[in-house]
Design a protein around this ligand. Structure first.
Ligand SMILES: [Fe+2]
Length: 384
């Protein structure tokens, strides 16, 4: 049977300063809320804003703050056991993509308790609707709040669980939760969101509905990232990036990504301290330059959305103008040009290139790369 583009999104999105207060309409006196977050957000006082709201409003509240970046399946299973022992009826998550992905997974696994292991290990796709899980993002990047997938780490190898039953019932995009983000995180997470939209827009699984989302993500990020980077307290810029990240996640969740994300997955296996956002930020300019000859017209649209006047330019000039705009934005927000850390042998570089070439994400890339193409890109991005 032919396959047709399909768009489905059941999540309610509340936006704006103070919108986290809408959460209390979704949980009440009958609920035992298991709140998933990380220790830093507890220290910063962001979690207290939410627990103050829920204390006394719900029957019971427990905070789990042990989520680490690139959540490991072992941690997710531990949280699932604790949530079950607590008698959780709803999950609330406060955090970035790692926290949201962990929470989405816990909510799914609880619905399959006690025999949840095959679902955790991706031996079976989710069968039952997840427990209600509500997200309050504290970074503007992954868009995890708007996708039905969770990316977990299996012995440092990333693996995704995806099912329409894992879409969240409601998310709260409150920019006041992001005002204190450090500059580097602001830059890397926004560049991750930009990567989602660029890869979704030029990818083989593009859809017209997603095009509209993706071009506006590009517009918002080019317009507002420099502002949020220069002044973290710029609430209007924070709000715009929060919306952009969510829209980028929504688009990417439907289309998939491409070469940049394939690289990031393989490189993060080699460089355990390299964050997803930083890796994508570094690889995006190189990969876009590589992809450009195959998608000049699409990149011309991206150039326009980035604010570049393309009238009178040839297709090639307009397409490469987008690449230059991305490079300039990266420079503006001080994204490094290379990964830092240990150097790699030629044999290891060849192996990583091959792993990237055969990664399932690469199948959506508009250009089919050879191993040699990828070795060249790795040389551009790797430590000297
Ligand atoms: Fe990403």
């Amino acid at each position: 049977m032919a396959s047709y583009p399909r768009f489905y999104f059941p999540t309610r999105i509340f936006s704006g300063a103070g919108s986290i207060e809408q959460l209390i309409a979704f949980v009440g006196a009958q609920d035992a809320v298991f709140l998933i977050t990380d220790a830093t957000l507890v220290q910063l006082g962001l979690v207290k804003r939410v627990t103050d709201m829920l204390d006394g409003h719900v029957r019971a509240l427990r905070v789990y703050d042990s989520v680490l970046p690139d959540p490991a399946i072992e941690m997710v299973c531990e949280a699932t056991e604790q949530a079950h022992a607590f008698g959780a009826t709803a999950i609330v998550c406060v955090g970035g993509g790692s926290v949201i992905d962990a929470a989405k997974s816990v909510a799914m696994l609880l619905a399959h308790f006690p025999d949840y292991q095959p679902y955790a290990l991706r031996k079976r796709p989710p069968e039952h609707p997840s427990l209600p899980c509500y997200a309050i993002p504290t970074t503007a990047g992954t868009g995890a709040e708007a996708s039905s997938a969770a990316v977990l780490s299996y012995n440092h190898v990333k693996g995704g669980i995806k099912a329409e039953t894992m879409f969240l019932p409601a998310v709260f995009l409150d920019e006041t939760m992001m005002l204190g983000l450090p500059q580097s995180i602001t830059a890397e997470t926004a560049m991750d969101a930009l990567t989602h939209s660029v890869e979704s827009y030029i990818g083989l699984h593009r859809q017209t509905i997603l095009d509209a989302l993706n071009l506006h993500v590009v517009r918002l990020i080019f317009r507002y990232l420099p502002r949020a980077y220069a002044n973290g307290a710029d609430q209007e810029a924070r709000a715009a990036l929060t919306q952009a990240a969510c829209m980028g996640g929504l688009a990417m969740g439907h289309s998939g990504t491409g070469l940049v994300h394939a690289f990031s997955n393989t490189m993060c296996e080699e460089y355990h301290d390299l964050s997803h956002g930083r890796s994508n930020s570094i690889f995006l300019p190189y990969c876009t330059r590589y992809n450009a000859p195959a998608v000049l017209d699409r990149l011309a649209d991206i150039a326009q959305a980035a604010g570049i006047q393309t009238l009178g330019l040839t297709a090639e000039q307009a397409g490469f103008a987008a690449v230059e705009a991305i490079e300039q934005l990266s420079d503006t927000v001080n994204i490094p040009k290379r990964v830092t850390g240990h150097t790699l042998s030629a044999a290891r570089i060849a192996e990583l290139a091959e792993n990237t070439r055969t990664h399932f994400i690469t199948a959506n890339n508009p250009r089919v790369p050879s191993k040699e193409d990828l070795i060249k890109i790795i040389h551009q991005a790797m430590p000297l």
